[in-house]
Design a protein around this ligand. Sequence first.
Ligand code: HEC
Ligand code: HEC
Ligand code: HEC
Ligand code: HEC
Length: 135
Amino acid sequence: MHPTHLYERMSPMSSPLLKRIATAARLLLFVALIPLAQAAEQAPKMTADLHKAKGVSCADCHGKAKKKTFVSADRCLGCHGPVADLVKKTAAVKPENPHDSPHWGPQMECTVCHRQHEKTVNWCNHCHVYGFKVP
Ligand code: HEC
Ligand code: HEC
Ligand code: HEC
Ligand code: HEC
């Protein structure tokens, strides 16, 4: 049974104060459920899932931070670098090397393209038409 229904059944709902408390409780419950809904949305396999399958832990990218946010290129390059090697790896990619553009050279933040918990982005295509498949 949905927990708010349970709550309604148990609440006498007689006074306006009780009603207000009930509304507040429902709101809190809703907010508490948002992370669950977000986790469900992540169901399709994302690059972070691929990493997990290869034994890369949350902490390998996020460190010990309680609040997990942005991950810097330095962290990625700890495993995928040095950057010169990465540039060499994709030197033959057509029509251009995504890791060495004339605009930013190899100095781009990796997650501009390689999002980890959502669909990856072909950033160059904001302006060009390149058929990159970003892993
Ligand atoms: C602790 C080491 C580690 C860290 C940190 C790490 N990775 Fe990885 N990454 C791996 C391993 C291991 C694989 C799987 C390699 C394979 O299968 O060849 C992988 C795979 C990938 C792939 C897929 C490559 C392919 O051939 O499909 C991409 C893209 C990638 N990582 C980007 C990143 C980015 C961007 C970051 C930073 C946000 C990052 N990685 C952080 C270890 C790491
Ligand atoms: C502009 C978008 C973009 C950015 C920024 C970017 N990448 Fe990539 N990356 C790509 C594309 C596209 C490919 C696939 C190239 C191909 O077709 O083989 C790729 C491939 C890779 C691979 C697999 C290489 C291989 O062939 O084994 C790794 C690992 C990787 N990127 C890591 C990184 C890291 C680390 C950074 C940051 C320093 C980074 N990328 C920044 C677009 C990007
Ligand atoms: C390969 C590196 C990598 C791994 C492994 C990884 N993350 Fe992330 N995480 C990121 C990046 C990069 C972002 C920034 C948003 C994005 O790119 O999707 C992020 C963002 C987040 C956020 C902020 C919310 C959001 O989506 O913006 C949370 C929470 C999070 N990660 C949790 C986790 C947990 C829990 C794990 C382990 C199951 C994990 N991450 C494993 C790289 C990683
Ligand atoms: C904000 C728009 C924008 C983005 C994003 C962008 N470019 Fe460009 N790029 C341009 C413009 C404008 C030119 C100049 C075009 C000209 O002179 O004809 C250009 C030129 C180039 C050239 C020179 C050859 C050519 O086609 O004229 C290369 C190579 C290139 N870009 C690669 C990249 C790569 C790789 C990325 C992604 C990492 C990227 N660009 C992202 C706007 C952009």
